[in-house]
Design a protein around this ligand. Structure first.
Ligand code: SF4
Length: 66
């Protein structure tokens, strides 16, 4: 980001691994990952917990570090 010119940050899509850190850390909610909007993620959680919710634990874990 060029702070003097006040240009917005730019994501180099070819270098982006889709980790989601930028979206999670942006306190202004200005960053969104394609196919992972809050509504989409909440729908996934609802679907996961639609049956036997009391027997499940939902974990959000990084896919890239193991
Ligand atoms: S999703 Fe991860 S790799 Fe992609 S721009 Fe955000 S922080 Fe960088």
């Amino acid at each position: 980001m060029d702070k003097k010119a006040k240009t917005p940050a730019h994501v180099a899509e070819v270098a982006c691994t889709g980790c989601g850190t930028c979206a999670a850390e942006c306190s202004f909610g200005a960053v969104h990952l394609k196919h992972f909007s809050d509504d989409q993620v909440l729908c996934l959680v609802d679907a996961m917990l639609a049956e036997k919710a009391d027997e499940k634990i939902v974990v959000f874990a990084c896919n890239w570090w193991s």
